[in-house]
Design a binder for this molecule. Structure first.
Ligand code: PAF
Length: 274
């Protein structure tokens, strides 16, 4: 595996790749969720590039940029074992210049739900993903469905800017009890982890209700909020279509049910695609 920390080193390393390239962008602190993206990308492409870059422009003032978990040595080992060809680990000065051209997330899809709680977050996320996709020259790039709004915006960016890369949505990975894996789960105490399970329980409640024929979004959200009462704060429970428009009735095949809730310090998100 080649570890590239500069653009030049990345370009040079790519020259030896002949055949399709899969790309998995990450912010490091790799866990089983990332590994499943890496494994899928490995299986579907001749070559595999992974990036580890904690992108400052997608953190808002007061968010956990400095405290964001960093485990570079462990990340390198994991990538090596997973058969990654090139691991791109740039510093901030490699990725950004002083007077940057910026990308703005769309006014509606980029500023509801996550975008409303974290205004500007998606601008920074899209900016770095555009850079990383261009740098990787990937045929396919892999993103988890857990960050559903992120995935949807990246899809939109790739379409609107006519970028020649296929965005591959990947299933949410959960621990044995159902907690969706996230780098921020390391902040949860054992007691908080138990309460954090209410997110996946609420989604299971919604699944059961939909399977029993309940399609009314208000009634689904009311039941879900009851399950989520053990969290410290429910930020939102939302039922949207795949373009993030709010729904009154579930549309099977075109619906995402999303939750954001705080348990202890961390803010957790989870969702269900139906
Ligand atoms: O999902 C993430 O880890 C980040 O938002 C991403 C896509 C790597 C961009 O920094």
């Amino acid at each position: 595996m080649i570890i590239a920390t500069t653009i030049e080193a990345l370009q040079e390393a790519k020259e030896s790749l002949k055949g399709s390239i899969g790309f998995v962008p990450t912010m490091g602190a790799l866990h089983q969720g990332h590994l499943s993206l890496i494994q899928q990308a490995r299986a579907e492409n001749e070559h595999l590039i992974v990036s580890v870059f904690v992108n400052p422009t997608q953190f808002l003032e007061g968010e956990d940029l400095d405290a964001y978990p960093r485990r570079e040595q462990a990340d390198i080992k994991i990538c090596e074992l997973a058969g990654v060809d090139i691991l791109f680990m740039p510093g901030i000065d490699v990725m950004y210049e002083k007077d940057e051209l910026s990308i703005a997330a769309p006014a509606i899809r980029g500023y509801v739900l996550e975008g409303e709680r974290r205004p500007g977050h998606f601008d920074g996320m899209l900016q770095v993903v555009m850079k990383l996709l261009n740098l990787s020259s990937a045929d396919r790039a892999y993103f988890g469905k857990k960050d559903a709004q992120q995935l949807s915006l990246i899809d939109q960016m790739v379409k609107h800017y006519f970028m020649d890369v296929q965005i591959v949505p990947c299933e949410i990975v959960r621990d044995e009890k159902g907690l969706a894996l996230s780098s921020r789960n390391v902040y949860l105490s054992e007691e908080e982890k138990e309460r954090a399970l209410s997110l996946s329980r609420a989604l299971k409640t919604a699944t059961r209700m939909v399977m029993a024929g309940e399609l009314n979004c208000e009634r689904l959200k009311t039941e879900m909020r009851e399950v989520l009462a053990v969290t410290d704060e429910v930020e939102y429970v939302a039922i949207v279509d795949r373009s993030f428009g709010l729904l009154e009735e579930v549309e099977i095949g075109n619906t995402i049910i999303l939750i954001a809730a705080r348990v202890g310090k961390p803010r957790l998100i989870d969702n269900l695609w139906i």
